[in-house]
Design a protein around this ligand. Sequence first.
Ligand SMILES: *[C@@H]1O[C@H](CO)[C@@H](O)[C@H](O)[C@H]1NC(C)=O
Ligand SMILES: *[C@@H]1O[C@H](CO)[C@@H](O)[C@H](O)[C@H]1NC(C)=O
Length: 298
Amino acid sequence: MRVGSFLAFVPVLGAHGIRIIQSNDDGWAEQYARSFHDALIATGHDVVLSAPAENKSGSGSLDLEPNPRKSSCQYDSCPPGSGPIGRNATSPRLNWVNSYPATSMRYGIDTIGPQFWNGEAPELAVAGPNVGSNLNVAVYFSGTVGAAVYAAKARGIPAIAFSGKTTGTLAWDTSPVSQRSLVYAELAAQLTNAVVASGTPYLPDGVFLNVNFPEVSDKCNDASQFKWVLSRINLGVFSAPDVETCGDRRLPIELSVVNRDGCYASISVGDANDKTTAPAAKQAVVLKKLGGLLTCLP
Ligand SMILES: *[C@@H]1O[C@H](CO)[C@@H](O)[C@H](O)[C@H]1NC(C)=O
Ligand SMILES: *[C@@H]1O[C@H](CO)[C@@H](O)[C@H](O)[C@H]1NC(C)=O
Protein backbone atom coordinates (compact mmCIF):
# COMPACT_ATOMS: atom_id res chain seq x y z
CA MET A 1 0.00 0.00 0.00
CA ARG A 2 1.70 3.15 -1.18
CA VAL A 3 -1.07 5.60 -0.29
CA GLY A 4 -0.58 7.63 2.87
CA SER A 5 -2.93 6.44 5.57
CA PHE A 6 -4.80 9.77 5.68
CA LEU A 7 -6.30 8.91 2.29
CA ALA A 8 -8.47 6.43 4.10
CA PHE A 9 -10.34 9.44 5.50
CA VAL A 10 -11.04 11.18 2.21
CA PRO A 11 -14.78 11.82 2.31
CA VAL A 12 -16.58 10.06 -0.51
CA LEU A 13 -19.32 12.72 -0.48
CA GLY A 14 -22.01 10.17 -1.08
CA ALA A 15 -20.47 9.13 -4.38
CA HIS A 16 -20.72 5.58 -5.61
CA GLY A 17 -17.88 3.93 -7.46
CA ILE A 18 -17.96 4.44 -11.23
CA ARG A 19 -15.86 3.37 -14.23
CA ILE A 20 -13.08 5.92 -14.72
CA ILE A 21 -10.41 6.00 -17.42
CA GLN A 22 -7.25 7.87 -16.48
CA SER A 23 -4.38 9.22 -18.57
CA ASN A 24 -1.71 11.92 -18.38
CA ASP A 25 1.11 13.34 -20.48
CA ASP A 26 4.11 12.97 -18.16
CA GLY A 27 4.09 9.20 -18.61
CA TRP A 28 2.41 6.18 -17.02
CA ALA A 29 5.26 5.77 -14.51
CA GLU A 30 5.10 9.32 -13.12
CA GLN A 31 4.24 9.37 -9.43
CA TYR A 32 1.51 12.06 -9.59
CA ALA A 33 -0.63 9.82 -11.80
CA ARG A 34 -0.01 6.76 -9.63
CA SER A 35 -0.97 8.55 -6.40
CA PHE A 36 -4.18 9.79 -8.00
CA HIS A 37 -4.91 6.30 -9.27
CA ASP A 38 -4.51 4.93 -5.74
CA ALA A 39 -6.70 7.71 -4.31
CA LEU A 40 -9.51 6.91 -6.76
CA ILE A 41 -9.34 3.24 -5.83
CA ALA A 42 -9.33 4.19 -2.14
CA THR A 43 -12.59 6.10 -2.65
CA GLY A 44 -14.24 3.14 -4.35
CA HIS A 45 -13.82 3.77 -8.09
CA ASP A 46 -13.22 1.25 -10.83
CA VAL A 47 -10.28 3.05 -12.44
CA VAL A 48 -7.94 1.99 -15.23
CA LEU A 49 -4.78 3.93 -16.17
CA SER A 50 -3.87 4.16 -19.86
CA ALA A 51 -1.04 6.64 -20.33
CA PRO A 52 2.00 7.20 -22.54
CA ALA A 53 5.01 4.92 -22.12
CA GLU A 54 7.18 7.98 -21.68
CA ASN A 55 7.00 11.72 -21.13
CA LYS A 56 4.84 13.24 -23.91
CA SER A 57 4.45 16.64 -22.34
CA GLY A 58 3.36 19.40 -24.72
CA SER A 59 1.89 17.16 -27.41
CA GLY A 60 -1.57 18.73 -27.34
CA SER A 61 -4.17 16.64 -29.16
CA LEU A 62 -1.75 14.62 -31.35
CA ASP A 63 -3.04 11.08 -31.91
CA LEU A 64 -1.04 8.44 -33.81
CA GLU A 65 -1.20 4.64 -33.76
CA PRO A 66 1.35 3.30 -31.25
CA ASN A 67 4.58 1.74 -32.60
CA PRO A 68 6.41 -1.16 -30.96
CA ARG A 69 8.91 0.09 -28.39
CA LYS A 70 12.60 -0.51 -28.95
CA SER A 71 14.02 0.95 -25.73
CA SER A 72 12.80 0.54 -22.18
CA CYS A 73 9.90 2.73 -20.97
CA GLN A 74 10.31 5.84 -18.79
CA TYR A 75 12.30 5.21 -15.60
CA ASP A 76 12.97 1.64 -16.83
CA SER A 77 9.32 0.87 -16.15
CA CYS A 78 9.09 -1.67 -19.00
CA PRO A 79 11.86 -3.74 -20.63
CA PRO A 80 13.18 -2.94 -24.14
CA GLY A 81 11.23 -4.46 -27.02
CA SER A 82 7.90 -4.51 -25.14
CA GLY A 83 5.56 -3.94 -28.09
CA PRO A 84 3.16 -1.04 -28.82
CA ILE A 85 1.11 -1.32 -25.61
CA GLY A 86 1.72 -3.07 -22.32
CA ARG A 87 0.82 -3.29 -18.67
CA ASN A 88 2.13 -3.95 -15.23
CA ALA A 89 1.78 -7.75 -15.01
CA THR A 90 0.98 -7.72 -11.29
CA SER A 91 -1.17 -4.55 -11.38
CA PRO A 92 -2.93 -4.93 -14.74
CA ARG A 93 -4.98 -1.75 -14.28
CA LEU A 94 -1.74 0.16 -14.93
CA ASN A 95 -1.25 0.33 -18.71
CA TRP A 96 1.05 2.13 -21.11
CA VAL A 97 0.61 3.02 -24.76
CA ASN A 98 3.64 3.88 -26.89
CA SER A 99 2.18 7.07 -28.30
CA TYR A 100 0.60 10.39 -27.34
CA PRO A 101 -1.72 11.27 -24.46
CA ALA A 102 -4.81 11.50 -26.69
CA THR A 103 -3.92 8.12 -28.23
CA SER A 104 -3.51 6.62 -24.77
CA MET A 105 -6.94 7.95 -23.83
CA ARG A 106 -8.41 6.50 -27.03
CA TYR A 107 -6.89 3.06 -26.36
CA GLY A 108 -8.04 3.26 -22.77
CA ILE A 109 -11.61 3.95 -23.82
CA ASP A 110 -11.78 1.47 -26.72
CA THR A 111 -9.48 -1.40 -25.83
CA ILE A 112 -7.97 -1.42 -22.36
CA GLY A 113 -10.75 -0.19 -20.05
CA PRO A 114 -13.49 -2.44 -21.47
CA GLN A 115 -11.39 -5.51 -20.55
CA PHE A 116 -12.05 -4.61 -16.92
CA TRP A 117 -15.62 -3.42 -17.35
CA ASN A 118 -17.33 -6.32 -19.13
CA GLY A 119 -16.98 -4.50 -22.42
CA GLU A 120 -18.54 -1.28 -21.12
CA ALA A 121 -17.30 2.25 -21.70
CA PRO A 122 -15.94 4.55 -18.99
CA GLU A 123 -18.39 6.91 -17.30
CA LEU A 124 -15.77 9.57 -16.64
CA ALA A 125 -12.30 10.43 -17.95
CA VAL A 126 -9.56 12.08 -15.90
CA ALA A 127 -6.06 13.20 -16.84
CA GLY A 128 -3.10 13.99 -14.64
CA PRO A 129 -2.29 15.49 -12.27
CA ASN A 130 0.17 17.09 -14.67
CA VAL A 131 3.65 17.93 -13.40
CA GLY A 132 3.38 21.73 -13.73
CA SER A 133 0.51 24.15 -14.30
CA ASN A 134 -1.62 24.26 -17.45
CA LEU A 135 -2.93 27.81 -17.59
CA ASN A 136 -4.06 30.23 -20.28
CA VAL A 137 -2.41 29.57 -23.68
CA ALA A 138 -0.46 26.57 -22.27
CA VAL A 139 -3.81 24.77 -22.11
CA TYR A 140 -3.79 24.52 -25.89
CA PHE A 141 -0.47 22.63 -26.02
CA SER A 142 -0.90 20.46 -22.96
CA GLY A 143 -1.05 16.73 -23.57
CA THR A 144 -2.90 16.30 -20.28
CA VAL A 145 -5.61 18.63 -21.54
CA GLY A 146 -5.36 16.91 -24.97
CA ALA A 147 -6.23 13.57 -23.37
CA ALA A 148 -9.22 15.01 -21.48
CA VAL A 149 -10.46 16.91 -24.52
CA TYR A 150 -10.24 13.77 -26.67
CA ALA A 151 -12.64 12.05 -24.26
CA ALA A 152 -15.01 15.03 -24.05
CA LYS A 153 -15.03 16.08 -27.69
CA ALA A 154 -14.50 12.92 -29.72
CA ARG A 155 -16.32 10.52 -27.38
CA GLY A 156 -18.81 12.56 -25.36
CA ILE A 157 -17.34 11.31 -22.06
CA PRO A 158 -17.25 13.90 -19.24
CA ALA A 159 -13.61 14.74 -18.60
CA ILE A 160 -11.41 16.57 -16.11
CA ALA A 161 -7.78 17.65 -16.59
CA PHE A 162 -5.73 18.20 -13.42
CA SER A 163 -2.41 20.05 -13.13
CA GLY A 164 -0.23 20.92 -10.13
CA LYS A 165 2.10 23.90 -10.03
CA THR A 166 4.81 22.08 -8.08
CA THR A 167 7.29 20.64 -10.59
CA GLY A 168 10.08 18.09 -10.32
CA THR A 169 9.53 14.69 -11.80
CA LEU A 170 9.25 11.59 -9.64
CA ALA A 171 9.39 7.94 -10.63
CA TRP A 172 6.38 5.87 -9.60
CA ASP A 173 8.38 3.97 -6.97
CA THR A 174 9.97 6.99 -5.28
CA SER A 175 9.81 6.14 -1.59
CA PRO A 176 8.39 7.51 0.55
CA VAL A 177 5.70 8.89 -1.78
CA SER A 178 6.20 12.64 -1.95
CA GLN A 179 3.86 14.88 0.04
CA ARG A 180 3.00 16.93 -3.06
CA SER A 181 1.98 13.82 -4.96
CA LEU A 182 -0.31 12.77 -2.09
CA VAL A 183 -1.81 16.25 -1.66
CA TYR A 184 -2.57 16.62 -5.37
CA ALA A 185 -4.01 13.10 -5.47
CA GLU A 186 -6.31 13.77 -2.57
CA LEU A 187 -7.49 17.08 -4.04
CA ALA A 188 -8.07 15.54 -7.47
CA ALA A 189 -10.04 12.68 -5.92
CA GLN A 190 -12.07 15.16 -3.88
CA LEU A 191 -13.13 17.10 -6.96
CA THR A 192 -13.77 13.92 -8.94
CA ASN A 193 -16.02 12.69 -6.15
CA ALA A 194 -17.88 15.99 -6.01
CA VAL A 195 -18.55 15.78 -9.76
CA VAL A 196 -19.72 12.18 -9.42
CA ALA A 197 -21.91 13.03 -6.41
CA SER A 198 -23.57 15.82 -8.43
CA GLY A 199 -25.21 13.11 -10.57
CA THR A 200 -25.50 12.40 -14.28
CA PRO A 201 -24.88 13.94 -16.69
CA TYR A 202 -21.69 14.65 -14.76
CA LEU A 203 -20.84 17.63 -16.98
CA PRO A 204 -22.62 19.53 -19.76
CA ASP A 205 -21.97 18.35 -23.34
CA GLY A 206 -18.86 19.63 -25.10
CA VAL A 207 -17.00 20.87 -22.05
CA PHE A 208 -14.14 19.66 -19.89
CA LEU A 209 -12.92 20.94 -16.54
CA ASN A 210 -9.42 22.40 -16.42
CA VAL A 211 -8.28 22.21 -12.81
CA ASN A 212 -5.05 23.75 -11.51
CA PHE A 213 -3.58 23.33 -8.05
CA PRO A 214 -1.24 25.92 -6.55
CA GLU A 215 2.15 25.04 -5.19
CA VAL A 216 2.40 22.57 -2.35
CA SER A 217 4.50 24.57 0.08
CA ASP A 218 5.08 24.96 3.81
CA LYS A 219 1.87 27.02 3.93
CA CYS A 220 -0.18 24.71 1.72
CA ASN A 221 0.86 21.18 2.56
CA ASP A 222 -2.38 19.43 3.47
CA ALA A 223 -5.40 18.95 1.23
CA SER A 224 -7.71 20.35 3.92
CA GLN A 225 -6.07 23.79 3.55
CA PHE A 226 -7.06 24.20 -0.10
CA LYS A 227 -10.12 26.05 -1.38
CA TRP A 228 -11.78 25.85 -4.81
CA VAL A 229 -12.55 28.83 -7.04
CA LEU A 230 -14.52 28.88 -10.31
CA SER A 231 -12.31 30.51 -12.94
CA ARG A 232 -11.85 31.10 -16.65
CA ILE A 233 -8.94 29.90 -18.81
CA ASN A 234 -8.16 32.99 -20.86
CA LEU A 235 -8.61 36.71 -20.27
CA GLY A 236 -12.18 37.74 -20.99
CA VAL A 237 -11.75 41.36 -22.09
CA PHE A 238 -13.77 40.93 -25.30
CA SER A 239 -15.78 37.90 -24.23
CA ALA A 240 -19.47 37.77 -23.33
CA PRO A 241 -20.11 37.93 -19.57
CA ASP A 242 -19.43 34.83 -17.47
CA VAL A 243 -21.90 33.21 -15.12
CA GLU A 244 -22.71 35.49 -12.21
CA THR A 245 -21.01 34.47 -9.00
CA CYS A 246 -19.16 36.18 -6.16
CA GLY A 247 -20.99 39.38 -7.12
CA ASP A 248 -19.43 39.55 -10.58
CA ARG A 249 -20.09 38.51 -14.16
CA ARG A 250 -16.41 38.10 -14.92
CA LEU A 251 -14.68 35.07 -13.44
CA PRO A 252 -11.06 35.41 -12.33
CA ILE A 253 -8.52 33.89 -14.71
CA GLU A 254 -7.07 30.66 -13.36
CA LEU A 255 -3.57 32.16 -13.28
CA SER A 256 -4.70 34.76 -10.74
CA VAL A 257 -6.35 32.06 -8.63
CA VAL A 258 -3.36 29.73 -8.27
CA ASN A 259 -0.94 32.61 -7.76
CA ARG A 260 -3.08 34.20 -5.05
CA ASP A 261 -1.72 34.13 -1.52
CA GLY A 262 -3.51 31.31 0.27
CA CYS A 263 -4.15 27.85 -1.11
CA TYR A 264 -6.60 28.37 -3.98
CA ALA A 265 -7.22 25.79 -6.68
CA SER A 266 -8.90 26.90 -9.92
CA ILE A 267 -11.69 25.11 -11.77
CA SER A 268 -12.34 26.39 -15.31
CA VAL A 269 -15.11 25.14 -17.54
CA GLY A 270 -13.33 24.62 -20.87
CA ASP A 271 -14.87 24.41 -24.33
CA ALA A 272 -13.77 21.03 -25.74
CA ASN A 273 -13.90 22.39 -29.30
CA ASP A 274 -11.21 25.02 -28.95
CA LYS A 275 -9.89 24.66 -25.37
CA THR A 276 -10.99 28.19 -24.46
CA THR A 277 -13.47 29.18 -21.75
CA ALA A 278 -16.95 27.70 -22.16
CA PRO A 279 -19.96 30.06 -22.34
CA ALA A 280 -21.86 31.27 -19.28
CA ALA A 281 -24.75 28.83 -19.69
CA LYS A 282 -22.38 25.86 -19.36
CA GLN A 283 -20.47 27.52 -16.52
CA ALA A 284 -23.83 27.91 -14.75
CA VAL A 285 -24.47 24.16 -14.82
CA VAL A 286 -21.08 23.47 -13.24
CA LEU A 287 -21.57 26.27 -10.68
CA LYS A 288 -24.85 24.67 -9.64
CA LYS A 289 -23.30 21.21 -9.38
CA LEU A 290 -20.23 22.28 -7.41
CA GLY A 291 -21.62 25.30 -5.58
CA GLY A 292 -21.16 23.81 -2.11
CA LEU A 293 -17.46 23.26 -2.75
CA LEU A 294 -16.66 26.67 -4.24
CA THR A 295 -15.47 29.82 -2.57
CA CYS A 296 -14.87 33.44 -3.66
CA LEU A 297 -11.44 35.00 -3.81
CA PRO A 298 -10.91 37.53 -1.01
C1 LIG B 1 8.47 16.11 -19.60
O1 LIG B 1 9.10 17.04 -20.45
C2 LIG B 1 8.82 18.40 -20.13
C3 LIG B 1 9.46 19.28 -21.18
O2 LIG B 1 9.53 18.66 -22.40
C4 LIG B 1 9.31 18.70 -18.75
O3 LIG B 1 8.99 20.03 -18.41
C5 LIG B 1 8.66 17.74 -17.76
O4 LIG B 1 9.17 17.96 -16.47
C6 LIG B 1 8.94 16.30 -18.17
N1 LIG B 1 8.21 15.39 -17.31
C7 LIG B 1 8.72 14.23 -16.92
C8 LIG B 1 7.82 13.38 -16.12
O5 LIG B 1 9.86 13.86 -17.20
C1 LIG C 1 3.93 -2.99 -10.88
O1 LIG C 1 3.11 -3.39 -9.82
C2 LIG C 1 3.79 -3.93 -8.70
C3 LIG C 1 2.77 -4.49 -7.73
O2 LIG C 1 1.71 -3.64 -7.57
C4 LIG C 1 4.71 -2.87 -8.11
O3 LIG C 1 5.42 -3.40 -7.03
C5 LIG C 1 5.66 -2.37 -9.19
O4 LIG C 1 6.45 -1.31 -8.69
C6 LIG C 1 4.90 -1.89 -10.40
N1 LIG C 1 5.80 -1.47 -11.50
C7 LIG C 1 5.44 -0.54 -12.40
C8 LIG C 1 6.46 -0.19 -13.41
O5 LIG C 1 4.35 -0.01 -12.41
